[in-house]
Design a protein around this ligand. Sequence first.
Ligand code: ATP
Ligand code: MG
Length: 397
Amino acid sequence: MKEVLLLKCGEIVLKGLNRKTFEDRLLKNLKRRMAHVADCEITMRQSVVYVEIPDDADADAVMECASRVFGFATISRAAVCPEKTLESVIATAKDYLAPNFAAAKTFKVESKRGDKKFPMTSTEISQHVGGELADLFPDVRPDMHHPDLTVHVEMREKYAFVHAGPVPGAGGMPIGSNGRAALLLSGGIDSPVAGWMMAKRGLELCGIHFFSYPYTSERAKEKVLELGRKLTAWCGRMSVMVVPFTHIQEEIRNHCPEEFFTLIMRRFMMRIAEAIGRDHGAKCLVTGENLGQVASQTMDAMAVTGAVVHMPIFHPLIGMDKEEIVTVARRIGTLETSILPYEDCCTVFTPKHPKTKPVLAQVEAEEQKLDVEGLIARAIANTEKTQIRYYEDEQQR
Ligand code: ATP
Ligand code: MG
């Protein structure tokens, strides 16, 4: 049976004059991702995108791919009726929704008549189709108020479709529609979730990881790249920049008081992320910081850390509880990689008594002891770029 996905655009339908730009981007994103899964015909009409699934394609894979493209509010996986007649609709519903009827005790029919030339009203269609289906499935009672199964009939311009109702899409806005961000990506639970949340708001991501070899192992780096790969399931290809950080950390340890170590280190991270991000077209930084989670995430500490950069810094997890963050991590598929044992550069040389209420002038004075510009230039010059692709056959950027 021929199947199609009907994808409803999310909040971009609220856009005014530039709505077309958002729609074009959404369509382009979907087509580019889908090209690796199946040779689908993809078209858009009146804020609904039609993905026609070829007979030889893996329809589940097509559905999974579509459900990870930001910008769609709902997805309905539907059967295409061979003809635009009630008989054809009934016969299609009988076959296509047989498993749904088998699992339901009650049902109703809801119809949409997108094709205003169709000679019946939507209520008449629902009544007629509902009556016939009630005869075909005598064990399933009609129930207009709380049915287990709602059979949707859509009489559209070209075809009639039958489906069992929409499921939520990925939501958010099309990737790239709000520009590009540099994501400070560690191996933990938080930063991949933070990246995902901002990608959902239409930001394209460029990952930046600070690597402290040999204090942290090759495995820790592989883990971060794997987290990047998991994110690409949602945001498409992305590059991850691995910045050598060991020398900077050793310099801080050797020249600055222990209690300032983390703060000064984080200020280096921010400066480097801003410089690399800028070179890659990013206009903001994203971190997984979460108010009060650790000493470096108090309001005062974050102010001192953020003071070195000019770009806006987004911390989408700032007000979430750990449990909520873990739930998102599990849902988006990054959790199992995040919880693998690993060392992070933040845990190297961690002070016993970090400053939770640092004073900016004091931190700046301590930093004077270092060749800040030189250290940054050297780290950037030795940064390695890795292209991460979700699909093997995806092109290099
Ligand atoms: P995460 O779970 O994301 O590692 P965390 O709770 O462990 O976060 P910190 O280690 O204090 O918190 O780091 C706060 C944020 O700083 C991280 O969410 C991430 O955005 C950034 N960060 C920390 N370590 C690194 C690193 N090695 N490379 C890149 N960014 C990092
Ligand atoms: Mg961490």
